[in-house]
Design a protein around this ligand. Structure first.
Ligand SMILES: C[S@@+](CC[C@H](N)C(=O)[O-])C[C@H]1O[C@@H](n2cnc3c(N)ncnc32)[C@H](O)[C@@H]1O
Length: 362
């Protein structure tokens, strides 16, 4: 989720003694008990995690607490400020919208694990009614606040709930959005969720998913010198902009520090990042989808361009940010697209890639 920052954190974690006054969200003993209760060894975020079968109340409660307490910070660096969020996500949301409106003029969509709700703010209009649900009070509060006063407020709804079954008339929805939510569930929960979707939504419901995925059945192909140079340019551009911003004192080092400490806490607790988070292997998510839906297509969205925007989200001067977004970002995005087509990406803890899946419920 936080590629470049995790990369920096790797150095930070190995050198820094914990002398911060920050109160951890989850104490080491609680984390250790929770992991024992689900039979998992603590792992380091830089190793490969496997999804567990069962969940239980202990680890579920930690996951919920983590999202409630880290919610504001995560919104800043994962949700991204509006300008950066739009730059990264508008293209694939427009694609999703076209798919939803392919055969109907007005649609209703339900977003599962909607977080702070940016998908709806970009998507909703008089033809697309959007309802986002999430179990985190903090995330839903941010979503509701951010929707207030927007031009599409009338077409947006956010609800705090732990189950889709608490939402009325699921059969009236035409589409389901799942953006970076499934990888927070254990295997049995995934099966239950998809059984519920199958039981309560009509056949033909469109499902648009985006999940961090290790493209394990894909090999890097035809990587050329040019590709290595593109990767190096991206990496050094990110570093150069950050350096400039720090020198100009327009880089939020306090927020970066908070984030590094949150990553350090997760790492020391043996979690990937949030307590239940485990990115997918490509075959795992493909297998899950195939039981319930027909997979129409999948495509990748950027990895290194996202890293670029995460860094930019810590820049406090809006004009500087705007200039970088207009002048530099398009080049980074173009190069990243070309690299990703070859599944060549170079940042990140385990080199997962953000993959969108377009499916139709059987
Ligand atoms: C990585 S965030 C993604 C949020 C949003 N879809 C986005 O892409 O920005 C994962 C979200 O799943 C929510 N979540 C995790 N486990 C959940 C559960 N069991 N039920 C409902 N929401 C859950 C968290 O509160 C968080 O908002």
């Amino acid at each position: 989720m936080l590629d470049i920052i995790k990369k920096i954190a790797k150095k930070f974690i190995s050198t820094k003694k914990n002398n911060s006054n920050r109160k951890p969200i989850i104490q080491k003993e609680e984390a250790s008990n929770a992991l024992q209760s689900v039979n998992r060894k603590p792992l380091n975020a830089f190793t490969f995690f496997e999804r567990l079968h069962k969940t239980n109340n202990i680890i579920d409660a930690l996951e919920e607490r983590w999202w409630n307490e880290a919610g504001n910070l995560i919104e800043d660096v994962w949700g991204l400020p509006d300008d950066l969020c739009l730059a990264y996500r508008e293209e694939y949301i427009i694609k999703a919208k076209k798919i939803f409106l392919e055969d109907k003029k007005n649609v209703k969509v339900l977003d599962l694990g909607c977080g702070t709700g940016w998908f709806g703010r970009i998507l909703a209009d008089e033809n697309v009614f959007y309802h986002g649900i999430d179990f985190s009070e903090t995330q839903i509060q941010i979503a509701q606040q951010k929707a207030k006063g927007t031009k599409n407020e009338a077409f947006l709804k956010y609800t705090k709930t732990t189950s889709i079954k608490s939402i009325e008339k699921l059969e009236e929805f035409d589409a389901v959005i799942i953006n970076a939510f499934l990888h927070h569930l254990h295997k049995e929960e995934l099966t239950t969720l998809f059984d519920d979707i199958k039981a309560h939504f009509k056949s033909g419901t469109k499902i648009f998913m985006m999940e961090p995925t290790y493209p394990t059945n894909k090999t890097k192909s035809n990587i050329t010198n040019l590709d290595h140079i593109k990767a190096d340019i991206t990496d050094s551009t990110i570093k150069a902009i950050k350096k400039q911003a720090i020198e100009k004192k327009i880089f939020d080092t306090k927020k970066e520090q908070d984030l590094l400490e949150l990553i350090q806490e997760s790492n020391e607790n043996g979690f990937f990042f949030s307590p239940k988070e485990v990115p997918f292997a490509f075959e795992e998510i493909e297998g899950l989808i195939s039981k319930y839906a027909n997979l129409k297509e999948y495509f990748y969205v950027g990895v290194n361009d996202f890293t670029f925007l995460q860094m930019l989200s810590l820049v406090t001067d809006v004009n500087f940010r705007k200039e970088m977004l207009e002048e530099i970002y398009p080049n980074i995005k173009k190069m990243d697209k070309e690299l990703i087509e070859k599944t060549f990406y170079f940042n990140g803890t385990n080199n997962y890639i953000f993959t969108c899946f377009v499916c139709v419920l059987k």
